[in-house]
Ligand binder design. Structure first.
Ligand SMILES: Cc1ncc(C[n+]2csc(CCOP(=O)(O)OP(=O)(O)O)c2C)c(N)n1
Ligand SMILES: [Mg+2]
Length: 279
């Protein structure tokens, strides 16, 4: 896969994630989805880039997400119809209608649903990889990463040289509290303190490609500066916005990506419509 193919594939996945989330938003507003949802819109290029890189490397990683996880499930090949059904609380959903939005679990794509306690996926994912030695991705929010048990598990992963990619989805927010009021240190510096390779990047897909050489050959932490488009939970819009990576990339590549954007929108809208009609 050359650079342009990588960018195109990543954009296709991000488009599916974006239009999926916009449909969730609509159905929360209509009160068709009745429980709390955690929308990943704005952050979708993280999982889309990682999934494309894993495909390129022929790696099928074990996935340990946290609550903002729809884009992770979709990017790594989860069945989108089953995710719709999950969000409708149906027992043929990907987590049998018991995961809601925050605990998406899927044996098919080796995704281990989160338990709701911020950061537990850190020690659980490290423990799992310590036994399996399989390529593993642990997703942490910038707030979850602060938990003591996450820090302890980073040390162990580093010491044991486990093939784990720690991805900090750094949207600068813990619900509504900004990072600058919580700490004066950064996760990529902490990882270096544990003698682990680490990076601080923004969520432009090319940044992931540039640093991907050693992924799964040793423990690596990547702090990714990103932006959550909607409320912490539910359908609403936070202000002020910083940036919208999807719109930026679409605008810059209008000629080549507009058609993909339209196609993916149509495809995901139809998928939602059909699943809702089956209710
Ligand atoms: C151990 C623990 N502490 C606090 C909470 C309450 N809580 C739920 S989500 C959240 C913020 C999470 O922020 P972050 O990890 O940055 O993820 P984001 O929501 O920004 O994606 C908090 C504090 C919790 N669920 N578990
Ligand atoms: Mg956050």
């Amino acid at each position: 896969m050359n650079k342009n193919q990588y960018l195109k594939k990543t954009f296709e996945l991000a488009a599916e994630c974006r239009y999926f989330e916009l449909n969730v938003f609509k159905n929360v507003e209509k009160k068709i989805i009745k429980f709390p949802v955690y929308l990943s819109a704005g952050q979708e290029f993280i999982s889309a880039s990682l999934s494309t890189i894993c495909k390129q490397k022929k790696v099928v990683p074990e996935l340990f997400p946290q609550h903002r996880c729809h884009s992770i499930y979709i990017s790594f090949g989860g069945d989108k119809k089953k995710l719709v059904n999950e969000l409708l609380g149906k027992n043929d959903g990907c987590t049998y209608g018991m995961g809601g939005s925050a605990s998406i679990h899927s044996k098919e794509i080796k995704m281990f649903g989160h338990d709701g306690l911020m950061g537990t996926q850190g020690p659980i994912g490290v423990g799992s990889c310590f036994v399996s030695k399989k390529p593993t991705i642990i997703f942490l929010g910038d707030a979850s990463a602060e938990e003591d048990y996450v820090l302890a598990s980073l040390g162990w992963a580093s010491f044991k040289k486990l093939p784990i990619l720690f991805i900090v989805e750094d949207n600068n927010l813990s619900i509504l509290t900004e990072k600058k009021t919580r700490r004066h240190w950064e996760m990529h510096d902490v990882a270096k303190g544990f003698k682990m390779k680490s990076y601080n990047i923004d969520d432009n897909p090319l940044n992931f490609l540039k640093i991907s050489d050693r992924f799964f050959k040793e423990p690596i932490l990547v702090n990714v500066n990103t932006n959550r488009l909607f409320w912490h939970a539910g359908a609403g819009i936070d202000s002020p916005k910083t940036f919208d990576r999807y719109k930026l990339i679409l605008k810059k590549n209008e000629k080549s990506y507009k058609k993909i954007d339209d196609q993916k929108k149509r495809m995901i809208d139809i998928l939602w419509k059909k699943q809702l009609e089956k209710q």
